[in-house]
Design a protein. Structure first.
Lengths: 450, 187, 278
């Protein structure tokens, strides 16, 4: 009791001292200002993981785990992997816990964060102990034990992705996109376009649809369980919905109308919107997954009108779409509460493929200028667009990662069209998949298993 | 297919037999031009004469039919092979294509049993989504033009292939203008 | 999450009193600075001539940071003007005086980066001259963010490559200085440049809606060592605060005072902010 009292008094005295001292202290300080960091990534050290009983295969697993974590963290665009040659300590030998780490040695590596890990493989299970350290604060940010039951080879990837997500949450306060997938259209040399899917990082691309007919414009349901698309299964474009796993049943959504295309899901995952020709002109309708028309969403503005490519804001209160009403295709936003429609894009004569950012404030789209399509991003309230790709081939159909940090798109920069990824500010553009044939129209799902 | 051939083969055999018969009977007539021909002979002769005339007509008709068929085939091929073309990002029928559409309408009226599909196509300088719609507009406008010339709407359907089926996949103005087309297919 | 960070920012659980004290002091400080900001509307204002010049290094080409560290070493061995190629001695590399920490954050870092390659020494003065000249040349130019980000990326990549000797000679010497500065001001700019170059933060993490700004307070001693580093104004983004703090820690030790500065210590307050996002 007495001790507590003393502590309180001391604290109050200290506070009084700080309160009186700080202002004068601050006024005497030399004031400096640095605007914009010199380096755009946080340097991270990921040294080799410790592996307990080590057969050659298990050692190989540990190496794979480190490589996968490094690639995954680098993929986010937030981290730079520090060259292991700069490491003066090997936690796989000297220990991975806080008391084993000599932070002063790690300071010289140039890294700000350090990840250490230890793997234990026992029969049909894999267990990993991992730590994240702040090198300059000399502090552990987390320690975590992760388990994967089942074949270690199959469970290593989910385990490391879980770790990567834990690191992202600690680092940024937000989940990453490590549970998300990407759907795209792929055309072989003699086969028609079909829809494929792969993991967020291009891992394991696999054919989803086997329609043996042109299949286009995939759209993930908000929970990532289904994909809606346009297909010529019945010799004309119609909309279908299919489970997002191979062999899932295909259900037709529309049949009436000549050209039923570009499905989109409302955020509730129940209703859809699509562009149909059921009343002659190509207009956007609200419909159920069974194809029941609920409402016409764009009014008739001409016999030969074109309104396509609807996409909804994350909150579902607004819809962006492409319309020819001003003479050339441009992006418009309809406020679904008051029905008001406003034109968003004014730059150039051809702006299509709107993609609403998960944060709700940005619109990515493909704009045609100087003979090329390029990806642009602009504020949904209007303003000046920012061009993200720079005139190398055609860059089209942008789609945001679920956390809004990356944009996936298709590009013909190397001749045939393929899938690429970049940071939402246009940096770090790289190819995502390497498949025969041509790949187009990538779309990013939400995180599926979180 | 096999059935048609068998019919034709049979027809040819019959015709050949008839020809032989005609030449024989004609000789007989010449050797004995005078009267004294039995009724039966006359009958025969009359039959032969009649048959010869019929045969000649048949041949002529066959040839005519062949010619007509060829002409029909030509018209049919021309109908399917002649596309109309559009300007970039436009679905308006061009003046230069009006004559083509008029010829198509004429032909459709002459062949009332024919039903067609009008396909709309685009060049690949555009977005897949938008081009699907643009292709639909092109097909629909071509069809509306034919309808305005008197072709019944229920004989026609449209389908848009957007930029999915280019005639010439190269990236040149020549290729693009060739790909921006409406194509007419007899069903 | 928050708990983890509070825990980690407050310095842990060595001592109940200290934890309490730090918490109180932090609360007090935040309150105080918020108050002072509300009252003065723009925070600390320099008294006489503006002491703060915004050096935008994203638009300037700088010699690599390693050399700047080298120069620190060179200067401390009292040969400031002579550029020489010297590999750091093993002894210097291993010399660590990471004292046991006395919270809140009275840490003194004198650790040094080991360097294997030979590198040209560039004095902080040259560095600042370079930056200022470049800045003067490029202030009128405006390029899109994506260009700048790409270029920044390249600069960062180039930084890893060994520097060719004499590459910056032309830029560093000869031309007249656009801005005349006192010894003190030049020293401050040097510190600003060094800290900026050690600052790593993914700008795409900054949401376009919120203006990120962190303020770090520290004191530089005559030998260049740094004391009493703490975050005096938080941005609301814990990772942003961490990155700013790391930039200061990474920059220690700073160059010792040049001849002409006789202060016993110099207290600094440094604003870190991100501008020109969407």
């Amino acid at each position: 009791m007495k001790k507590t009292y003393r502590i309180i008094v001391q604290t109050l005295l200290l506070m009084a001292f700080l309160l009186s001292g700080t202002p004068s202290q601050a006024e005497d300080r030399v004031q400096l200002r640095v605007t914009n960091p010199f380096e755009n990534k946080t340097p991270v050290a990921v040294p080799a993981f410790h592996i307990a009983a080590a057969s050659d295969h298990e050692k190989e697993l540990a190496t794979q785990a480190v490589t996968l974590l490094q690639e995954t963290l680098a993929f986010t665009g937030y981290f730079r992997m520090v060259n292991p040659e700069a490491f003066l300590e090997a936690p796989s030998q000297t220990g991975i816990t806080e008391q084993d780490i000599h932070f002063d040695r790690w300071r010289s590596s140039g890294a700000e964060l350090l990840v250490t890990g230890s793997l234990t493989v026992s029969g049909q299970a894999i267990i990993g102990d991992f730590y994240l350290y702040d090198i300059f604060r000399q502090k552990s940010l987390f320690g975590v034990r992760l388990r994967g039951a089942g074949s270690p080879d199959e469970n290593l990837r989910p385990l490391i992705l879980k770790l990567a997500d834990k690191i992202m949450v600690t680092y940024s306060g937000k989940h990453g996109f490590f549970g998300s997938r990407i759907a795209f259209v792929s055309k072989g040399s003699s086969t028609p376009k079909e829809i494929w899917t792969c993991d967020f990082d291009g891992y394991k691309p696999a054919q989803l649809t086997r329609n043996k007919a042109i299949t286009l414009t995939p759209a993930w349901s908000p929970d990532g369980s289904k994909i809606a698309y346009t297909s010529y299964v019945n010799d004309k474009p119609d909309i279908f919905v299919q489970g997002a796993w191979p062999g899932a049943r295909r259900d037709i959504v529309t049949a009436k109308g000549t050209t039923n295309i570009t499905p989109a899901w409302l955020p509730d995952g129940q209703m859809m919107a699509a562009s149909l020709t059921i009343e002659g002109d190509q207009a956007i309708y609200l419909l159920t997954q069974k194809g029941k028309i609920r409402k016409r969403l764009t009014r008739k503005w001409g016999k030969w009108g074109i309104d396509v490519s609807p996409v909804f804001s994350p909150s579902g209160d607004r819809m962006a779409f492409v319309s020819k009403r001003s003479g050339s295709p441009q992006i418009y936003i309809k406020n679904l509460n008051n029905g008001r429609i406003e034109r968003l894009t004014f730059d150039g004569k051809y702006n299509t493929s709107p993609a609403w950012s998960p944060t709700g404030d940005q619109m990515a789209y493909a704009g045609f200028k100087d003979g090329h399509f390029d990806i642009h991003v602009m504020d949904v309230r209007g303003g000046r667009p920012m061009q993200l790709t720079l005139g190398t081939g055609d860059n089209e159909t942008p789609s945001w990662s679920p956390d809004g940090s990356l944009i996936v798109f298709s590009s013909t920069r190397k001749g045939k069209s393929s899938i690429y990824v970049m940071n939402a500010y246009g940096t770090d553009q790289r190819q995502l998949v390497s498949l025969p044939g041509e790949q187009t129209a990538p779309v990013w799902s939400s995180n599926l298993n979180q | 297919m096999g059935k048609t051939w068998r019919v034709r083969l049979a027809l040819i055999t019959v015709l050949l037999t008839m020809l032989v018969a005609v030449s024989c009977s004609k000789k007989a007539v010449e050797t004995d031009p005078a009267a004294g021909i039995t009724a039966q002979e006359t009958m025969t002769e009359e039959t032969s004469d009649d048959a010869a005339a019929t045969d000649a007509a048949l041949i002529a008709e066959e040839e005519l039919m062949k010619k007509e068929a060829a002409a029909r085939e030509e018209a049919r091929t021309a109908f399917q092979d002649t596309d109309i073309y559009f300007n970039y990002d436009s679905s308006a029928v061009q003046d230069s294509d009006i004559a083509i559409l008029e010829a198509k309408a004429e032909w459709l009226k002459e062949n009332p049993g024919v039903r067609i599909t009008v396909e709309g196509h685009c060049d690949d300088r555009g977005t897949t989504d938008y081009n699907l719609a643009l292709g639909d507009r092109r097909a629909a406008r071509a069809m509306a033009f034919l309808e305005s010339l008197g072709v019944e709407a229920d004989r026609m359907v449209t389908v848009s292939y957007g930029e999915e089926r280019p005639l010439d996949p190269t990236a040149s103005e020549a290729a693009w203008s060739k790909n921006r087309r409406a194509h007419f297919v007899i069903r | 999450m928050m708990q983890a960070f509070t825990h980690y920012l407050t310095g842990g659980d060595e001592n109940r009193f200290l934890t309490l004290a730090v918490l109180f002091s932090l609360t007090g400080h935040i309150l105080l600075f918020t108050l002072s900001h509300v009252l003065t509307t723009s925070g600390y204002k320099p008294h006489k001539t503006p002491r703060s010049i915004d050096v935008d290094l994203m638009q300037t080409e700088l010699p690599p940071p390693q050399p700047s560290k080298e120069s620190v070493q060179a200067k401390s061995s009292a040969k400031p003007a002579t550029p020489s190629t010297s590999a750091p001695s093993k002894k210097a590399t291993r010399k660590k005086t990471a004292k046991k920490v006395t919270p809140p954050a009275a840490k003194s870092f004198t650790g040094k980066r080991p360097t294997k390659r030979k590198q040209r020494v560039i004095t902080p003065d040259e560095l600042v001259q370079n930056a200022l000249q470049k800045m003067a040349k490029e202030t009128s130019k405006k390029e899109p963010l994506s260009h700048r980000l790409n270029r920044l990326k390249k600069e960062v990549a180039d930084r890893k490559a060994p520097e060719t000797v004499g590459a910056n000679d032309g830029a560093a010497t000869g031309q007249p200085t656009a801005v005349q500065m006192s010894i003190k001001e030049r020293y401050y700019r040097t510190i600003e440049v060094i800290i900026r170059k050690n600052w790593a933060f993914p700008t795409q993490m900054a949401s376009s809606k919120t203006q990120l700004k962190t303020q770090i307070i520290f004191t530089v001693m005559p030998d260049g060592s740094v004391r009493d580093v703490w975050v005096s104004l938080r941005s609301g983004n814990a990772n942003f605060d961490r990155s700013a703090l790391s930039a200061v820690h990474k920059s220690t030790p700073l160059p010792p005072y040049p001849a002409g500065i006789t202060d016993q210590k110099i207290p600094f307050v440094i604003d870190f902010d991100v501008s020109e996002l969407l």
